[in-house]
Design a protein around this ligand. Structure first.
Ligand SMILES: NC(=O)c1ccc[n+]([C@@H]2O[C@H](COP(=O)([O-])OP(=O)(O)OC[C@H]3O[C@@H](n4cnc5c(N)ncnc54)[C@H](O)[C@@H]3O)[C@@H](O)[C@H]2O)c1
Length: 373
């Protein structure tokens, strides 16, 4: 594509010129899910790099959307409060975008097991409609999608590479895999130019603290920030390789402008594999020596636990010249500093109880509706 050769000769060259030289200056980009955790960090970085940023995000109840996430750049971002399933309603933003960062989604494995049709609608149906609209309005556009390591399920070996069998243990993994395949299939047929980054657990400023069902890192941070002890389920020896959000933003920026890679689905992991007990102990230490207890898995969690996980990111590293640089303790300290300064925007200080707001939790049935055409 002409704009890409004008903007970026090779990714190695971009790297040599340093991050600030990544040529997003004046480039129109669209970020779906840009009010959420990863999308908002990416939006801020792109604004700083001079990009013309449009966000599509309807503040989906139960997900991590938060207007405060983009407060620092709110007057330099165009916000379209629409569901990507209604993409034809913002066709001009799709048509204008030179790169689309597709981060819209529901990340909760627990929600997906409680309300599978809701997860299907968000992670699969909306994605299908969106990608078809992209292919129609901006054929061949580069789309970088936030996939997940959850699609692999329980590991046969570690660190896990892209050849590992795909055996998701929850509906979220199944639906995210379907969306991963949509990107791959439409790229094979030339309708879009997609790259799927299969992300490990991401943490950092702007993740939702209030939603109880969003994973252990958000829970640990909430407990630390409210001075409570931490619980680890299982034996505490399960490995995770958390990656700091700045490293992930860097990965998205690189993938956004890189020449089309041969492999379209690539793992992106963190710099070190740590046991859950170690992660909890580091969190507890920086919360003022809070207690950590190890306890058996609750019944609803054990079925969707994958045991240990760590990522083989070597394909991404070779292809894009990227490496995660922020070690967990360092990332944790800057994350805690952010929340200590911005706490009221993430947790109600008078009542810092988690609350996800899903009407389904109040007994409202969520069923997928099809209208006859
Ligand atoms: N956070 C992680 O550790 C992690 C790990 C692997 C993959 N991912 C993927 O990264 C993406 C972003 O995750 P996050 O942690 O920022 O989540 P988040 O919940 O903080 O943000 C998701 C955002 O997507 C928006 N959204 C949901 N459905 C939408 C729709 N139909 N149209 C437009 N916007 C919609 C929500 O309103 C929210 O703002 C997700 O797709 C997730 O599956 C995240």
């Amino acid at each position: 594509m002409r704009w890409r050769s004008e903007c970026a000769s090779t990714i190695v060259e971009l790297h040599e010129r340093g991050n600030n030289a990544v040529p997003y200056d004046n480039l129109p980009v669209l970020i779906t899910g840009g009010l959420g955790f990863i999308g908002s960090n990416l939006a801020i970085r792109l604004v700083e790099a001079g990009a013309r940023v449009t966000i599509a995000d309807p503040l989906m109840v139960g997900c991590g959307a938060n207007r405060h996430n983009i407060a620092a750049v709110a007057n330099r971002v165009e916000l379209i409060e629409r569901d990507i399933g209604d993409a034809d309603e913002f066709a001009s933003a799709i048509r204008d975008a030179k790169v689309i960062f597709n981060l819209a989604g529901e990340i909760s494995h627990i929600h997906s097991m409680e309300f599978p049709e809701r997860d299907l609608l968000i992670n699969t149906v909306a994605q299908l409609r969106f990608l078809q609209a992209c292919a129609r309005h901006n054929p061949g556009v580069r789309i970088v999608y936030a996939g997940t390591r959850q699609v692999y399920g329980k590991p046969d070996y570690l660190p896990m590479d892209e050849s590992h069998p795909v055996r998701p243990v929850d509906f979220n993994g199944v639906h995210k895999y379907a969306a991963n395949m949509y990107h791959a299939m439409l790229s094979r047929s030339g309708q879009i130019d997609g790259i799927v980054l299969r992300l490990t657990n991401v943490y950092g400023p702007r993740m939702s603290l209030a939603i109880p069902c969003q994973g252990f890192l958000s829970t640990f941070l909430r407990l630390v920030l409210t001075g409570k002890g931490l619980q680890v389920f299982g034996d505490g020896k399960q490995l995770r390789d958390p990656v700091f959000v700045d490293d992930i933003v860097e990965a998205f920026l690189l993938a956004g402008l890189a020449p089309s890679p041969k492999e379209r689905t690539i793992n992106v992991g963190g710099p070190e594999a740590l046991s859950l007990r170690r992660i909890a102990e580091l969190c507890a230490k920086h919360g003022g020596d809070l207690p950590v207890t190890i306890r058996p898995f609750p019944e609803d969690r054990v079925a969707i636990d994958i045991g240990s996980y760590s990522t083989d990111s070597s394909l991404f590293e070779r292809t894009f010249g990227w490496k995660p640089v922020v070690r967990f303790e360092e990332g944790l300290l800057s994350t805690l500093a952010y929340y200590r300064a911005e706490m009221p925007h993430y947790l109600d200080p008078a009542n810092p109880q988690p609350f996800c707001g899903l009407p389904e939790h109040q007994g409202v049935q969520h069923r997928l509706m099809y209208s006859a055409v």
